[in-house]
Design a protein. Structure first.
Length: 84
């Protein structure tokens, strides 16, 4: 069963990032494919442009790449509560 996650609740990425405990170790993936969010982020970190990423992974769209970045932003940009 896929769980659909929407980073920052934007309709354009509503169904882009999925998790499935039986696929890729439950890591977030793009549209149920075996392309992990971390795979896309690694390509960005290594200096590839969006067009180069799409060339490397032709099943991806520009919106998929954007969804990966927004998903990562949402995961790290949350309040942290500290116990007193």
């Amino acid at each position: 069963m896929n769980l659909y996650l929407c980073a920052m609740q934007q309709p354009s990425i509503l169904n882009c990032i999925t998790t499935n405990p039986n696929q890729c170790g439950g890591k977030p993936c793009v549209r149920g494919m075996r392309i992990r969010v971390t795979d896309v982020l690694e390509l960005i970190a290594n200096g590839l442009s969006v067009q180069q990423i799409i060339t490397e992974l032709p099943d991806l769209t520009r919106e998929d790449v954007t969804a990966c970045v927004k998903y990562a932003m949402a995961k790290i940009n949350h309040p942290v509560l500290h116990a007193a």
